[in-house]
Each structure stands twice: as structure tokens, then as C-alpha cells.
Write a protein of this length. Sequence first.
Length: 490
Amino acid sequence: MSHKQAFVRPPRVLFIEPPKDPWFVMGEYLSPPLGILQLAAYLEQHDENVKIEVLDCQAIDVDWRGLEKRIASVDPDVVVPSGLATCNAYITARAAETAKTVNPDILTVVGGQHFTATADESLATYPEIDVVIRGEGEATLVDLFRAHRDGRPLAQVPGVSFTHDGSIYHTPDRPLLTNLDELPYPGYHFVADVIEKYQFESMADASKRYALIEGSRGCTNNCSFCSQCVFWRRIWRSKSPKRIADEMQHVYETYGISFQWLTDDNLGLGSHTRALCEELIHRGLSKELMWFMQARCDDVAKHKKVLPTLRKAGLRWVLTGVESSSESTLEAFNKNLRPSDAQEAVRMLKRNDIFTQAMFIIGERRDSAESIAELRAFADALDPDLAIFGILTPFPGTRLYNDALNNGWIEDHNWAHYDMTHAIMPTETLSLRQVQEELYTCYRSYYGSLPRLVKGLLTTNPLRRKTYRYFAKQNIMKELRDLFRRLPNG
């Protein structure tokens, strides 16, 4: 397949964050579209003649009709809509369809975890999608763009899938980048005029701007439900501590963003992260920044001696995957964790004045009303600063998805519901409707506790106090109840 182009002007590439709703469980927030900002910056770095624009429809409040007008105004040759999460697959496809409505000759390119795992199905289902970039996208996008610009066959581009003459083709996988330090900073300059819109109200003051920082890619673990480890081929690569600190400093000094979220699946808490902390402290950034990261419970328990240094360096918030109180469930998830790891992790994080957000999962195949009640009791005793409950979701590409599909467990095939708040599969003893009801009960039990609510509202920990006051004003319980009511009886 080739796309013959006769460019009489510099080629134009439009990256789009389409109109979509935020994940209501975390309240009101707007995240910068890090994926397309990184891709845009990399393309800019490697081709100075291309004209690049990034359109974030949430940040400028553009609806679908407005998006169509914006695309017509930009008149792009290539459109790249954001396509990270499975629950946004239809939205990504609709953005591609909108581009084709404006001009059928626009090359539409999608990527990310969902489309990598479903390349065949997506190309067969969505004719408006021309190319799927599989896996890590930076080098592939540059190669693809040059092939399109020069009229070369797409079959010469590693890491892509496309349709030609009614057949779907997949070129060989592209090797992963070997040095993440060579990546440019994410292209926040493309959204500089709306950067004040990126905020996370439940976590930080409304006056604080919010940025995403990527310190590493991948994870060597192999959790059965995780699409990240599949996407990154169970390989972990990291930027150097100095490079991560450089990026954090750049975002702070250039855009005034002091609240920064390290998006890594598993940055780790060993010597690498200690060196990052030393960089931040040495530069005086520890007093200016408030940063957030994810960490495994066992990693926190193993490296608890580094926690005071993390806190001194500005780490204020940690998200950790507790998942379950059942050892057999943790084994089914292939988590390589014990419930005691979660107990130790939460205890040590709180001791070091680090706000603790714990994730719990219900809906494993052997889950029952009794086992979920035990999980609620475990969460209650654990008492993290913030508890988020989700429903086990079979994301495409994961071992869980393959098992669920082969065994006929999946009852909801609507990708828009794959957000961990909709029940997708029943368990051996609970119907889809009952699993959905259990999620509501988990939240009602945890946040409906009057002693916990009073404690949260009156605590001396400013983050916990702010979070509880914020969520007390939200309609999260109503949203969860509505999800349950929309399910058919049975």
C-alpha cells in the first residue's frame, strides 16, 4: 500500500485529543494528552519541515461539530487521534471518521494499547482508520510519515498494520527504543495556550497546574489483567535520574507546573529512584514540587528505608495496587504479592506522611458476596487515605481476556464499558448485575462510614482533608448507583 502525495506546501499533521468524558471515580480533572504530546515532539525533532498542531478538545471545550470545523480549518494531511484506553476506542474511531468526513484523502493513524491488541478487528470494523501503529509509536510514526510524504509503500514501515485491496497486512514489529534519554521533552509547547486547564481538583488546589511526567516504560511483572506489560513486552526501560529531574525542572520552570504525576507503571523505589530524589533535593526542587507516583506494595515494603528521602524530595502521593485480601485471588492475578505486603506498605507510607491511594479489584472468577465482604473489611482495616474499587476487566491482549473469551465469560462486548466501573463478566456465583451492585456496596461501605468521614474531614493531613471534602461534594455514589440501575434484572 502506498499513498501518493504531491505536497505543494509543508505537510501538516494534526494530533487530536477527541471530546470525551473523564473517569468520574476520580472527580473533576483534566489530564494533558501525554501520548500525543510525546509523539508530536518526537516528530518535530526528526522532521523540521512538517507543520504540527495539537488539538485538545477537552481543554478548549470543542464538541464533535466543532472538531469537524477545526479539522477543516487546519487542512491536515495526516490526523493522529489519541487512542490509549479501551473505553475510548469508539471515540478514537469517531475522530478518524470525522477527519475522513472533512477530507477522505487524510491519512488517519491510531495506536496505543487497545489498537495494538486489536489491529485486525479494528481495521476490519473501522474503515475510517487507515493505519494502526503497533507498540511504541515514536520511531514508527516518523517512518510512517516520511513514507506517506514520499509516496513509498507502507509495507516498508516496521510496526504498522493497514488494509490494502480488502486484505489486512501487518509489517514486522519494530524494536523498542534503546535510550529513552534521547527522547525530547513532551510537546507541552503545543498546548501552552491552554496549559492552565490541566488540573486535578481532588489532588491539588485549583490554582495548581498539573503535568504528566514519564520516567520509565514497561514492567517485568506479568499480572494477568494488565495490558501494559503486554504492550511493553515485559521489558522495563528508564530514563536516567538526571534526565527525569531535567524534565520535571523544565516543566516547572517553563510552565509553572508544580504538581507532577509520574505516570510510570513501575518506576520502582530502589537506587534509581533514590538518585532521582537526590537530584531534586540538590536542585532545590523538593520545596517547589508536589509529585505523585505508582508503586507496588511489595516494593514499598522492601524499600521502606527510602521513604523519608522520597518525602523530603517532594513525593506527596502514592498509588499502590492492593487488589485483593485473598492470597488465592492474588495468585490468580499473578501479582506475586501477599496481603501482608499491602498492610506494611500502607503503614509505612502513612508513617512517612505520604498520602496513600489503594486500588482494590472485585469480580475475579471465584469471587462471591462473602469474599467481597472480606475485601471490604480488609480495606476498612487497612484504612488508606483514598480507596478506589474497580471491577476486574478483560482488556484485549491480556491473559485474562484470552481466558475469558475462550471460556465464554464475557457478557458485555461494548468497549465503552471497559473502564473498570462496568461489570463485564459474571463470577461463578454472581451475575453481572450482582457484581455491579457489589461495586456500589464497596464504595458505600468505605465512604459511608461516618467515623471515617469525620476523621477525613478533620484530619491534620491537608491532602486527606482536601480529598474528603472534595469527594463529599461529588456525585460519585449516584453515578455508581445509576450504572447498577441501567443493567437489566437477572
